[in-house]
Design a protein around this ligand. Sequence first.
Ligand SMILES: [Zn+2]
Ligand SMILES: [Zn+2]
Length: 309
Amino acid sequence: MHPAAFANPGRFFKGNLHTHSTLSDGALEVAEVCARYRAQGYDFLALTEHFVGLFDYPIADTRTFRQDGFTTIIGAELHSGAMDNGALWHILALGLPLDFAPSNSPFFVPVDDQESGPEIAARAAAAGAYVVLVHPEWSGLSERDALSIRAAHAVEVYNHGSEVECDRGRGLHTADFLANSGRRLDFIATDDAHFHHDNYDAFGGWTMVKAEENTPEALLAALKAGASYASCGPEFVDLWLDDRHVHVRTGPVGAITLMGAGVSTAVSVGSGLTEAKLPLNRLEGSPWCRVTLIDADGKKAWSNPIWLE
Ligand SMILES: [Zn+2]
Ligand SMILES: [Zn+2]
């Protein structure tokens, strides 16, 4: 078995799928945000403004910032309905039409007579969007909340802004819970950069997407096909499975770890590791597995879950 991220034709493109500008509560103009990501070598960027009335329901039209070697995906961070903890939902929608109808979401608090989180997520997916459960740890997402979003394609397993500003940047606990519930969601890592403290919350988490060309259409199709992985540094080169092992090739890392539904894991540890062959029988019949890379600085990359039937 050869997961889509490694079997599909094309190459990996690097991008940040979650960012804010002065169109909502970010500190920099759209042009400057695009310029900074381009200067850092990113291939694509999604400006995903807070879709609330306070900011006049912005969907950033970044098409004019597309140029050779750099593209943009149209999207927004949607807010409607209350989570179990009473706070307003945050749901990322990528590949959203520019004329996506506003929700009834005047401010960052739930109001009566607005769509629920599951409803606005379903409306975005029906409009063609790739829908992501974002910053589950920052949001305090309950298991019931996570299960309620049937339209989701992915979980944001790392949100750099939440990590560096309040130590709540992770989403893997939610992601594993969803996999154990049979939900087949992929992973993204993002910055959720707002640039209020220069580049403090930028360039720390990104998604690598395997596609034949760097266009929004090809990138979104690849994301929906699962041809991606999430990273804060390490690189996957290849990953494939035979009946008994997961084979992984990477850039230099310190550990390559295999895990699944149970508590048992398999790991290869060493200095400058670039490959590993990890035994599936350690997972004791788990219906899914996934691989994490950890480099010498503790930076990680995460494969999507791989379903083993
Ligand atoms: Zn958010
Ligand atoms: Zn955000």
